[in-house]
Write a protein that binds this ligand. Structure first.
Ligand code: G3P
Length: 218
């Protein structure tokens, strides 16, 4: 399973990269706004800066919601760097745009996916990645990880190439469950990646090893 970081923060992207486990980045308009990035040229420049840090795929989301607008914006984003993947919302115009991008060799990430039916449509349109939002499904008391399992089963049966990118991941348990459910990629905040590191027995064990070493070498 590949690890993407879900942020537009250059500091956090660099921090995750320094761990040596980073395969890519996903962003969205909310994450860009959180970093205070606004205005077309600043947004494009910020994507360039992210691509300077990361070799893996970087998802850059279109703001337009009409086909022509998505195509124009997507082409501009894809032209920034070879590792840009154009992120397109799961709406009617979005599916048309994904089909267009597929035909023209531009890679896509279909976002805001909440059902298996949407997942089938995105795969048919040739999306490179599919982003089902696990945490937001859980938020409405449905089964976010069950959705990943269902899509993984369908994609395996049908032989679809679209990669399942588990998104809206909130904690390290989500990451473990996404791995078991058959996600190809998980995109998560840095806090969830760091959450994977911690176990009280690791801390206690290390403390004891170092104390014993100090005693023996006093
Ligand atoms: O990857 C999608 C993500 O940014 C949404 O996460 O936590 O806002 O539901 P969240």
């Amino acid at each position: 399973m590949k690890f993407f970081i879900d942020t537009a923060s250059l500091t956090q992207i660099q921090e995750a990269k320094d761990l040596g486990i980073l395969d890519g980045v996903t962003t969205n308009p909310s994450l860009m706004a959180k970093e205070g990035i606004s205005g077309d040229s600043n947004i494009l420049n910020h994507y360039r800066l992210i691509c300077d840090i990361v070799d893996g795929d970087v998802s850059a989301e279109v703001i337009a919601t009409d086909f022509e607008g998505m195509v124009e914006e997507g082409r501009r984003l894809a032209g920034l760097a070879p590792n840009i993947v154009v992120k397109v919302p799961m709406i009617k115009e979005g599916i048309k745009a994904i089909s267009y991008f597929t035909e023209h060799g531009i890679r896509t990430n279909c976002t805001l996916v909440f059902s298996a039916a949407q997942a089938i449509l995105a795969a048919k349109a040739g999306a490179t990645y599919l982003s089902p939002f696990v945490g937001r499904v859980d938020d409405i008391n449905w089964d976010g990880m069950g959705l990943i399992r269902e899509i993984a089963e369908i994609y395996a049966i049908q032989g679809y190439d679209t990669e399942i990118l588990a998104a809206s991941i909130r904690n390290s348990r989500h990451i473990v469950e996404a791995a078991k459910a058959g996600a190809d990629v998980v995109t998560c905040p840095l806090s969830a990646i760091y959450g994977m590191l911690s176990h009280p027995l690791t801390d206690l064990g290390l403390e004891k090893f170092l104390a014993d070493h100090r005693k023996a070498n006093a």
